[in-house]
Design a protein around this ligand. Structure first.
Ligand code: URA
Length: 240
């Protein structure tokens, strides 16, 4: 692939801007600075720097973010900073079918929810992960206002009716790991589903954290606000 095209595909700006960066000597390959925008490179595992910042070629891009509290999963947030501000500009500017679109969150977490959030520019992946047909389990650590009891856990497992659908929704798994700590596994992603399910059994969510999606857990060393690439092993773990 031409070096100019590599930079463009990774979100470093229009083809013209990318050619300019290269011609100005701001792009280095492992072999050194390259000023030829048409230089042919092998993209597999390609490492390069732009203005001294290291980048690894990824297409498509898959990443995980430890979503902090007080952030919105929207590109145009209404009250809180967007999670997209936590990502480097190239990830927000990746082109898709000729338009600047960037990576997108795979489903949304509420403003006050923390934890594991996936982002990608692979539309099919988003569809597969969000589709209720694929039953990808998502594990939530719920801090409740009132002590949990067996009846609440049993009702969440049996299914509760929410206000927008007469069909009951049930947790795929549910256990009280401490008096105020519920671990709840869901395979769908309805609007405010955890909060509404917990409310339906007479309790209330005080804190919500997503710890796992499929076989992929949020790593202990990924601090709130930090992101990292998903590797092939992570993607395999997601498929289960
Ligand atoms: N369920 C909720 O209620 N909120 C979230 O953020 C995720 C699941």
């Amino acid at each position: 692939m031409r070096l100019e095209e590599v930079l463009y595909s990774q979100g470093f700006g229009t083809r013209r801007i990318c050619a300019g960066l290269i011609q100005q000597g701001l792009v280095a390959l492992e072999t050194g600075i390259c000023t030829d925008a048409g230089h042919d490179v092998v993209t597999e595992g390609l490492r390069f720097t732009v203005r001294g910042e290291a980048w690894v070629f990824r297409a498509p891009a898959y990443l995980m973010l430890h979503k902090p509290a007080g952030t919105e999963c929207s590109q145009k947030p209404s009250a809180w900073p967007s999670i997209y501000t936590l990502l480097p500009a190239p990830l927000r500017q990746r082109p898709q079918k000729g338009a600047v679109q960037g990576v997108q969150a795979v489903g949304r977490l509420d403003q006050d929810t923390t934890g594991l959030l996936l982002l990608t520019d692979d539309g099919q992946f988003i569809h597969r992960m969000n589709s209720p047909r694929h039953h990808v389990p998502k594990v939530y650590e719920v801090t409740t206002r009132h002590p949990l009891d067996e009846t609440q856990v049993r009702r969440l497992l049996d299914g509760v009716v929410l206000d927008d659908d007469p069909r009951p929704v049930a947790a795929a798994a549910c256990e009280a790991v401490a008096p105020l700590h519920l671990r709840l596994t869901l395979t769908e992603g309805k609007y405010h589903q955890v909060k509404r399910m917990v409310a339906a059994v007479g309790n209330r969510v005080e804190g919500l954290h997503r710890s796992r999606i499929g076989g992929l857990g949020l790593p202990d060393d990924l601090a709130p606000g930090q992101w990292r690439w998903l590797e092939a092993t992570d993607l395999a773990a997601l498929r289960g």
